[in-house]
Design a protein around this ligand. Structure first.
Ligand SMILES: [Zn+2]
Length: 356
């Protein structure tokens, strides 16, 4: 298990978000990553390696160029216009036919962000680029033949759409890595490489086990058949992100049948969750991908302040062990998890379960 981590994430530290209409201290705080890194070190995992720099190319494979350019300039423009350096945040949204052409900083914020939980501060773009590079570095580890890697990405990514930030996410780290793997996975040369996964079709599965639906990852791959997206999450009928994640969203066009959503009720316990995981893993096994990317959210934990599932810490090694049974080279990409005191231990338990 190779660990990829970077201190760059601390540059992204927004002071607040607006959650359910209230100004709230930012849940997705730098302390999360520090606690995970500390727990991995204490548990004897190898020392982390720093991400390589991949440039803009792999980002622009899944995100629109004007959006990435916006992320880079947004905070500077916002502050130069006399607005608060605490963070770029929309207040007027281009909905219901109000598309318009305004280039005002506040209008741009509304055009490129779908909620009030993804403020852009001075260091956001640098941190997001580094998180994407961490996921890409993990993908390269798999391409080099290592069985598993864990990218400690912060900010997380699975809510980020092709041209929208939201839900603490700016660049979709898991999707960027999955596309990179799918693009790199050429038809195997049977004379050279007879490992089972090298014989599989050049395709990738993304398993999203965050409490919230990975709306961004779904949107990015919705019309593609070379990346299967399977997500287990809180029913969007009651929970964020509300507007995507229903069971009847099955993909479109060439992607029809390559999107699997398993929305769950409140109070889900370990046994119920593992049964849902079984369903997702059966779909992935039937797809026979060459690589697996796991969007790892620990906000399924019973004590998470943003979730309503009832998973215990004992669920995570079981989840990891069951994922390992697929026998696929696997990249774990960190997403959510806000019960900070238990977060490090739960990540360790998941990865230990995988390695057991
Ligand atoms: Zn989440």
């Amino acid at each position: 298990m190779q660990i990829i981590d970077s201190p760059q994430h601390t540059r992204h530290d927004p002071p607040f978000e607006i959650l359910d209409g209230e100004r709230t201290p930012y849940f997705e705080a730098p302390r999360r990553a520090a606690i995970i890194a500390g727990a991995l070190a204490a548990a004897g995992f190898p020392a982390p390696t720093a991400p390589r720099e991949f440039g803009l190319g792999p980002l622009l494979a899944v995100h629109r160029q004007d959006y990435v350019e916006y992320l880079e300039r947004a905070h500077g423009r916002w502050v130069a216009a006399g607005l608060s350096p605490d963070g770029v945040m929309p207040c007027t949204l281009p909905l219901g036919g109000m598309a318009g052409r305004s280039t005002a900083p506040t209008a741009e914020a509304g055009r490129y962000c779908f909620d009030l939980s993804a403020p852009i501060v001075a260091g956001t773009y640098a941190a997001a680029r580094c998180a994407a590079d961490a996921a890409l570095t993990g993908a390269e580890v798999l391409l080099a033949g290592t069985r598993a890697a864990y990218a400690l990405c912060r900010p997380p990514g699975h809510h980020a759409m092709p041209a929208l930030a939201g839900g603490y996410c700016y660049l979709n780290n898991a999707a960027i890595a999955a596309h990179h793997l799918a693009a790199a996975a050429q038809p195997p040369d049977a004379e050279v490489d007879r490992r089972p996964w090298a014989m599989a079709p050049p395709s990738v599965a993304v398993l999203d086990i965050d409490y919230h639906h990975g709306n961004g990852t779904q949107a990015i791959f919705y019309e593609r058949s070379d990346v299967l997206f399977a997500s287990i999450h809180a029913d969007p009928d009651r929970e964020y992100p509300y507007f995507l994640g229903f069971a009847d969203e099955r993909g479109a066009g060439p992607g029809e049948g390559y999107n699997l959503n398993i929305p769950l009720e409140a109070g889900v316990d370990d046994a119920r969750y593992l049964a849902a995981l079984e369903q997702a893993l059966e779909a992935i096994a039937a797809y026979s991908p060459r690589y697996l990317v796991v969007s790892v959210g620990l906000d399924t934990f019973a004590e998470d302040p943003l979730g309503d599932f009832a998973l215990t810490s004992a669920a995570y090694p079981a989840i990891g062990a069951r994922i390992a049974q697929l026998g696929l080279p696997t990249l774990f990409v960190q997403e959510g998890g806000y019960a900070v005191e238990a977060l490090g231990n739960n990540v360790v338990e998941l990865l230990r379960g995988y390695e057991s």
